[in-house]
Design a protein around this ligand. Structure first.
Ligand code: ATP
Ligand code: MG
Length: 262
């Protein structure tokens, strides 16, 4: 089943093309890695997928339900033209669709003045309106899964980067999303903490969780992802089975990019 699909997505910033005709489909249980050099549009794409940014033109669906259409060449979110992110986030239908996904950022983005437990519990209660006791039980379950049960009452500043990122992953899991997006989840971490987080994500992949991961870790992409998408300059240059694309890229541009990681 298709969980997510984006078609013909275009995005300009101040007249400069940042995404040009992006097409990506993610099926249930699939892990898709997005790779590409700095400025190729990976973060912008994830921000569009998660309603933190709007697209200019294109189509987007979650669970085959169309969220964005562009019959007249202008993106319309749930049928209406809404070009402010605030307006998008107040739209009840979009809030419902938002519960389909979780997002893990490069810099963890935890609230510094909240405990670990409150960071994990907040969105399911305030956005998804779930029962507080039920959420607490789940939050503790996911923190335990991340090996952080002893840190529930700590503040983010009292944790290592790797621990903070594991809190951010527990926070995403506590939303019980159908799909989790990761934007370079290890690039703020040293090699040891990087492998700690990659191990956690690998475990989530073995549970058949659907994930889209922007990463510079090519070995991880090769071993853990089902599919890899290589972006350059706002376009998808090449996509294919993870092992094939990483070990035997077809396009010159992909070869040049991957050579830097040899
Ligand atoms: N809010 C914005 N306003 C103007 N330009 C932007 C904005 N966000 C991104 N850009 C531009 O869009 C392009 C793509 O940026 P993006 O952050 O999506 O790249 P990226 O592939 O995630 O890069 P990196 O690997 O460095 O994270 C860049 O040229 C960037 O300067
Ligand atoms: Mg980025």
């Amino acid at each position: 089943m298709s969980l997510f699909e984006i078609k013909n997505c275009k995005k300009n910033f101040n007249g400069i093309k940042v995404l040009d005709d992006i097409n990506i489909k993610v099926n249930e249980g699939e892990v898709v890695a997005i790779i590409g050099s700095s400025g190729s549009g990976k973060t912008t794409l994830l921000r569009i997928c998660t309603f933190l940014e709007y697209m200019d033109c294109g189509e987007m669906s979650y669970l085959n339900e169309k969220i964005v259409t562009s019959e007249d060449g202008i993106a319309r979110y749930i049928g209406q033209k809404e070009l402010s992110i605030d307006a998008l986030n107040k739209n009840k239908e979009l809030v419902r669709i938002k519960s389909y996904f979780g997002l893990v950022f490069q810099n963890f983005n935890l609230f510094p003045h909240w405990t670990v437990l409150k960071n994990v519990m907040d969105a399911p209660i305030s956005v998804q309106k779930k029962d507080i006791n039920e959420v607490k039980e789940k939050a503790i379950y996911y923190l335990k899964k991340m090996g952080l049960e002893h840190k529930t009452n700590s503040y983010p500043c009292e944790l290592s980067g790797g621990q903070q990122q594991r809190v951010a992953i527990a926070r995403a899991l506590c939303l019980e999303p159908k799909i989790i997006y990761f934007d370079e989840p290890t690039s703020a971490l040293d090699p040891e903490l990087t492998s700690e987080i990659l191990k956690v994500i690998k475990e989530l992949a073995s549970e058949k969780r659907t994930m889209v991961i922007v990463t510079h870790e090519m070995n991880f992409a090769r071993d853990v992802a089902d599919r890899v998408v290589f972006m350059d300059n706002g376009v998808v240059v090449e996509e294919g089975k993870a092992y094939d694309l990483i070990t035997n890229p077809q396009k010159e541009r992909t070869k040049r990019f991957l050579q830097k990681y040899d």
